[in-house]
Design a protein around this ligand. Structure first.
Ligand code: CA
Length: 225
């Protein structure tokens, strides 16, 4: 699965790239509309993530140019909350969906997955560590045969740790990916969610899958604890 990200805010573009690559996507980033147009002509993408206000050709113009060329690659448009142009216009130019900034990483991935599903070519991905299993498509979680009910946020934290099982994941990355790129609240919120998760996926099963690495972050045991 190959994704083109056309976004001129370098930090945001880099964060999106990192996140999507961790998800297993191949990602190209274009920092101007003109480059985006070039990439889109040179390669075949499964989804294009397209900002509106861009140097060179803006996102609206680029999207309608694609459609005029008979390129029907699904387009997810990024709109700013204080934007001068509205979402209806994004859809008018031939975009398939839009997302208002600031958005959380989890929502971005969910929207991309939805577009891929609409395209009909999606594979079912289940994350596993030992007998701990997570199904992002249905939001199901299991310890062995037993289903565990998680809230949406708990699920997202666990999914993020599972995708990087065996690695030390810094708290700041969990915040940036599960909450928001621009999260400015109390970082201790992550500890609260890890505590909830331990009560649900570990303690009842006599396991200890989420290890606290002092001063560094958390590590989910690759064998499920
Ligand atoms: Ca922009």
């Amino acid at each position: 699965m190959r994704i083109l990200v056309v976004e001129d805010e370098k930090r945001l573009a880099a964060a999106i790239r990192r996140g999507l690559e961790a998800e297993g996507f191949a990602v190209d980033v274009a920092l101007t509309g003109t480059d985006g147009d070039w990439f889109a002509q040179e390669n075949k993408y499964d989804v294009i993530v397209l900002d509106i206000m861009l140097p060179g050709i803006n996102g609206y113009k680029l999207c309608s140019t694609l459609r005029e060329r008979d390129d029907w690659t699904p387009v997810l448009m990024l709109t700013a909350k204080d934007g001068e142009l509205d979402e209806a216009e994004a859809l008018d130019t031939g975009a398939d969906d839009y997302l208002t900034k600031p958005f959380s990483y989890v929502v971005l991935v969910a929207r991309i997955r939805a577009l891929l599903r609409r395209g009909g070519a999606t594979q079912r991905l289940i994350y596993e560590a030992g007998d701990l299993k997570l199904d992002p498509a249905t939001h199901g979680c299991w310890r062995g045969e037993e289903a565990v009910a998680l809230t949406a946020r708990e699920f997202s934290v666990l999914e993020f740790l599972l995708r990087r099982k065996g690695e030390v994941v810094p708290k700041s990355e969990i915040l940036a990916n599960v909450w928001d790129f621009a999260f400015e609240g109390d970082p201790n919120i992550v500890e609260v969610y890890v505590r909830h998760l331990r009560k649900k996926i570990d303690q009842p099963f006599d396991k200890a899958s989420i290890e606290t690495i002092r001063g560094a972050g958390y590590r989910l045991a690759a064998d499920g604890g």
